[in-house]
Design a protein around this ligand. Sequence first.
Ligand code: SF4
Length: 196
Amino acid sequence: MNVTRRSFLKASGISLTVLATGLGFDVAAAQAQGYALKLQGCTKIPSICHFCSGGCSMLLYIKEGKLIHLEGDPDHPTNEGTLCPKAASLASVAYSPDRPKNPKYRAPGAKEWKDITWDEAIERIAKKTKEVRDATWVSTEEVTNAKTGQKETVTVNRAEGIAFFGSAEVDNEESYLITKLSRLIGAPYHEHQARI
Ligand code: SF4
């Protein structure tokens, strides 16, 4: 008899259910009670998966600041309670010991990355942005007037050395702020990973 992994799990699941029922256990009730006990005292927070642009909705169950359980939101029209494996394993993103918690900096020529503070990172990004913006600023451009055929100089005010590149990890509010910032500093190149 050829026993596959799937048929074995199916058969053993059925056997356990039959055994439990034979012994007088209500399996469904026990499962429901276990689920309820796990979530007891948790605050339920609706959220959106950040992994891709699908926008699936999740329910997060938090107790004492810690994520206890997460599942797809059955009332959300996008995923109707389902989650793909990436979202289902999201807790490991929050609690993985490998998750970087500080900005990192590698000096020119250095082999090692070192942790820096957020203030240091923001300061450095601001300085570099100013430096590149000043060095690559284009204030005017010569164009041909479509009606007259004459060359003329028009104001463009572009920071051509800077580009913004969004990702699926960027939510609506962040996208809004990134767009504002790029327009504010005159960066003309503004793209999203999903279009590439
Ligand atoms: S659950 Fe999966 S499909 Fe849905 S948004 Fe997250 S990564 Fe995308």
